[in-house]
Write a protein that binds this ligand. Structure first.
Ligand SMILES: Cc1cc2nc3c(=O)[nH]c(=O)nc-3n(C[C@H](O)[C@H](O)[C@H](O)COP(=O)(O)OP(=O)(O)OC[C@H]3O[C@@H](n4cnc5c(N)ncnc54)[C@H](O)[C@@H]3O)c2cc1C
Length: 404
């Protein structure tokens, strides 16, 4: 057992620098342009694929790190560059997390690389849970998967809402109800492979922030997938459903298993935006003069920066701890995964707003990136579980009371 240490190891420091350089040299220079265009930044994804960053190999290396810190470190650095572009690069990872948390090792090896493709032929993945009438309340999913025994196929029907890479992805991972009476315990995850008829893109949303990341509806209309696309396999699903019907506890819900694993990395993304805004406004406060002195010489400004920095550092500690716990199979007894995402997400919104305030009029105009960072930060109190839902998870965990 090594002594306790808060220092990153050589591999982690190298990855951190690699990602930072990519963000600084490739992502930041084009961030404003892709935000304005509101389109998937294909050239940047291709560049990331060329250097091996956008690849299953990189994600597998990150998942394999026994400390669990590689993914949050990478996420923070990439979002320090730009969160919209980062989500275009990381979006496929959510689909892979969906496959990893519900599929067999063979299914992971078959489908996960297809979510990235190759540098010459880049592909995307999407993870489809939310629906127009079911976001936080995952038990209300209406998308239905029905088994056609004669053909050994699943027939999926429904509409998914707000899906990152939705409809433009090559591989969609879809959570659907196989037994609506059982609510979230009657759900399963399916891979819808590239070229499957019956899956299409609905409306593409125009958004407040993370505009370089594509978000759209996904429509499934008698979409048929082979039996082998059921993640985890039919035998396991039947056994799980039988247990639930007998009133016994069963291990996990399809969507929740994925979100628990990804929340610290999502918190780390928020952290990257917050750090970017903090650094930018700190530099500005040292340069900008008012009343004959740099504005940072006023406690009113300097204390803001002190609070911003403190909250960012606290967020990182929560994120790293949760990532380490998740990777090492520790039970989240106080909702530590949710806590990390809640705190980092709200910190990002708060810090970016303070950064605008410190920069005054310059903070509010598009000549500087802080207004974009503020717009980008807001999604972190909404997706992958709203702040209220994270508080619900934490409150239930610490109290043992089924708080509504
Ligand atoms: C840009 C973007 C990308 C997204 N990407 C994906 C994706 O790739 N895949 C995917 O599946 N989904 C994705 N989502 C969907 C996202 O996860 C949902 O929007 C989110 O879970 C909230 O669901 P909702 O919008 O239906 O809000 P609702 O669930 O309707 O919530 C509305 C409000 O009520 C509050 N609320 C609800 N229930 C409670 C409660 N019990 N107690 C207290 N407050 C409550 C919420 O906190 C919120 O403030 C994305 C969304 C966006 C905007």
């Amino acid at each position: 057992m090594p002594d306790f240490s808060m220092e990153l190891n050589e591999d982690q420091l190298q990855i951190q620098k690699w990602l930072h350089d990519f963000s600084e040299n490739v992502v930041r220079p084009v961030a404003a342009e892709w935000d304005e265009r509101e389109e998937t930044p294909w050239p940047v994804i291709q560049e990331a694929a060329k250097i091996g960053l956008y690849s299953f190999d990189f994600i597998a290396t990150a998942f394999a790190d026994p400390t669990g810190l590689t993914l949050p470190i990478a996420s923070e650095e990439l979002c320090w560059g730009d969160a919209g572009i980062a989500l275009s690069i990381m979006g496929s990872t959510l689909a892979v997390a969906g496959i990893a948390s519900n599929g067999t090792p063979e299914q992971l090896m078959e489908w996960a690389p297809q979510c990235y493709g190759t540098p010459e032929d880049v592909k995307l993945g999407a993870f489809c849970v939310s629906e127009p009438d079911a976001g936080s309340d995952v038990s209300g999913l209406r998308t239905r998967a029905v088994y056609d025994e004669a053909k050994d196929e699943w027939v999926i029907n429904g509409t998914k809402a707000w899906i990152t890479n939705g409809g433009i992805a090559n591989t969609h991972v879809v959570v659907a109800s196989v037994d609506p009476e059982l609510g979230s315990r009657g759900q399963a995850s399916f891979v819808v492979p590239e070229g499957t008829p019956g899956i299409s893109m609905g409306q593409k949303y125009k958004k407040m922030g993370i505009r370089a990341s594509h978000t759209a509806e996904v429509v499934l209309d008698d979409c048929r997938v082979p039996g082998s696309c059921l993640l985890g396999g039919k035998e396991k699903l039947d056994a799980r459903l039988a247990k639930v019907r007998e009133g016994k506890k069963s291990a996990g819900q399809a969507a929740m298993a994925t979100f628990e694993a990804t929340r610290p990395a999502v918190g780390a993304q928020a952290l990257g935006i917050a750090r970017a805004a903090f650094e930018y406004s700190l530099d500005y406060a040292k340069e900008r003069k008012a009343f004959g002195r740099a504005i940072i010489e006023n406690q009113g400004v300097a204390f803001k920066l002190a609070d911003m920095c403190s909250r960012i550092e606290a967020s990182r500690l929560l994120v790293w701890r949760a990532a380490w716990m998740g990777r090492n199979g520790k039970t989240f007894e106080k909702g530590e995964g949710s806590m990390s995402k809640l705190y980092a997400g709200e910190t990002a919104v708060w810090v970016t707003e303070q950064a605008i305030q410190i920069m005054g009029g310059y903070g509010y105009i598009r000549e500087h990136p802080v207004e974009r960072w503020h717009r980008d930060s807001k999604i972190y109190t909404i997706f992958e579980g709203t702040s209220e839902i994270q508080r619900l998870v934490i409150a239930r965990a610490i109290s043992g009371v089924h708080i509504k």
